[in-house]
Ligand binder design. Structure first.
Ligand code: MRU
Length: 355
């Protein structure tokens, strides 16, 4: 599978996802501002992937800073970190990556600036490598909830392209199909307005040899009514302490439809996408994007000039619609998510097993 981002020869190489699947083109970023532009313009997108991009952008920005002391170096890095934080507000992974870099800086305060500059590159690369392992762990837990013959609905792209590799929502599918030999198929919502399902999920699942069928977003309910969907798995941009899930606009609709039809609705959520500081999904900042994404499809106008548009990039699914969350530590009920970091909780006692 193509890697969506990597550090190569002193630059951040980003696959331009906005051109997929028609063109596979990489953009070389030698300036942290270009990394930030790439995040904003969706050259790179997907919560874990933009967290990795932010870490790499900070490592890139760090190389420019001329400072004799670590205090001056950290001060010089503040605007770089702020730039990354200002790119996209909903996915918590950017905040998570900045917090991890801050801790890294404080742990290495006694070292020379020149050493820390190099170590920051290693740390950003480590975040990417760890993300792939985390996704595989999510996949191992989540795959237990997939049965031979299942048809799985997914929304947006929470696949390899949205992460360091392997994907979050797609990881259980890949492990079920490729390692456990289960015959599964995937139904991918096209995901308007910018069609991550049609352009990215369909493309990467076809490459992985997983049978995938593309539908318009408004077809999902009809297929559920016909009994054609066994479960849904989606990703998340931010899940709050109470188990509310922010994800691509339309996810809430899918979750409500699942509840109506008695279909399990699962969310693949690495700990980096869980905001343990936020109590409820009502508090999540929801990104609003440009009207052009709705009034045009790939540069072709489909709506009258001047029409009013609401373009929310994400919605929040209340915890009551979420059957369980697949994390790298296991599958849990949404109400148990807040316990995941507690040292006094035996995770085994709250881990869910498939029936
Ligand atoms: O606007 P996008 O394409 O960044 O939105 C991405 C999603 O909503 C994904 O489902 C989410 O980030 C999870 S990715 C593993």
């Amino acid at each position: 599978m193509v890697s969506t981002i990597e550090w190569k020869d002193g630059a951040v190489m980003m696959l331009d996802q906005s051109r997929l699947p028609l063109e596979v083109k990489f953009i070389e970023c030698t300036d942290y501002r270009k990394v930030a532009e790439g995040i904003k313009k969706l050259w790179i997108r997907g919560a874990p992937a933009i967290g990795i991009a932010a870490a790499m952008g900070i490592a890139l920005g760090a190389q420019e800073i001329k400072a004799g002391s670590m205090d001056d170096f950290i001060e010089g890095l503040e605007p770089v970190m702020d730039t990354m934080l200002s790119t996209r507000p909903t996915a918590v992974n950017i905040k998570w990556a900045v917090a991890r870099i801050r801790k890294f800086l404080s742990d290495h305060k006694a070292e020379p600036v020149s050493t820390v500059k190099l170590l920051l590159i290693d740390e950003a690369r480590r975040i990417l490598e760890e993300d792939i392992e985390i996704n595989k762990a999510i996949g191992r837990w989540g795959s237990q909830f997939i049965k031979d013959g299942d048809t799985i609905l997914t929304h947006c792209n929470a696949g390899s392209l949205a992460t360091g590799g392997y994907g979050t929502a797609t990881a259980p599918m890949l492990i079920a199909a490729q390692e456990q030999g289960k015959k599964i198929q995937v139904i991918a919502d096209e995901t308007r307005p910018v069609l991550q399902g049609a352009r990215l999920t369909a493309w990467e699942l076809m490459q992985a040899g997983i049978p995938v069928t593309l539908i318009t977003d408004n077809t999902a309910g009809a297929l559920m009514k016909k009994g054609m969907i066994d479960l849904a798995i989606v990703g998340t941009d931010r899940t709050t302490r109470n188990g509310d899930v922010a994800n691509k606009i339309g996810t809430y609709t899918v979750a409500v439809l699942c509840k109506e039809h008695g279909i399990p609705f699962y969310v693949a959520a690495p700990l980096s996408s869980i905001d343990f500081t936020m109590d409820s999904g009502d508090l999540i900042p929801i990104e609003e994007r440009h009207a052009d994404e709705v009034t045009t499809i790939w540069g072709h106008r489909v709506a009258p000039e001047g029409v009013n548009v609401i373009n929310l990039a994400f919605d929040v699914t209340p915890a009551k619609y979420v059957t369980s969350l697949f994390t790298e530590r296991g599958a849990f009920k949404p109400q148990d998510i807040k316990k995941l970091l507690r040292k006094d909780v035996d995770l085994e006692s709250i881990r869910l097993r498939p029936l």
